[in-house]
Design a protein around this ligand. Sequence first.
Ligand code: CTP
Ligand code: ZN
Length: 159
Amino acid sequence: MSGASELIVKRIRDGSVIDHIPAGRSLLVLKILGIKGDEGYRVALVMNVESRKIGRKDILKIEGRYISDSEASMITLIAPEATLNIVKNYRVVHKVRLKPPSMVRGIVKCPNSMCVSNNDPEAQPVFTLEKTDSREPSFRCIYCETRLTGSDALTELYG
Ligand code: CTP
Ligand code: ZN
């Protein structure tokens, strides 16, 4: 644990810590997880702190909510190096380096504006995993086979 971030936000008792998020992307991680703030969870968001591993990073701490590996896998779209820590009674009881999901459903739109998923309100966007590279996984649209990369997802989520 790097000392700098410890000074900013204290350790949590029970919940989830998503660590090693590329600097500045923790808001997008919350968006992918569907956490808006009105659910009532205590959320600590740490942005742009020093990391021994990746230069600068963000950390997200969500108290009282245990995020599953599969739920968290969706964030590999924009944070492929992130780790999920499950904390119980102040201890990290589960730590995983996240793996990309085999399927991404309904989180981001297809980059191809002509795609049926962008034109038929009943067709939700679905992508299957194409390449598992921890640096950047990529996906393909099941309708039009357009590739979806992390930077496509970022563009869309920032919008
Ligand atoms: N953490 C927390 N509350 C706890 C325990 C841990 O908020 N009760 C946070 C730490 O601040 C850290 C992350 O969970 O951001 C992982 O904790 P730990 O495994 O102790 O840190 P490191 O060994 O530095 O983890 P890594 O090797 O994954 O960098
Ligand atoms: Zn498509």
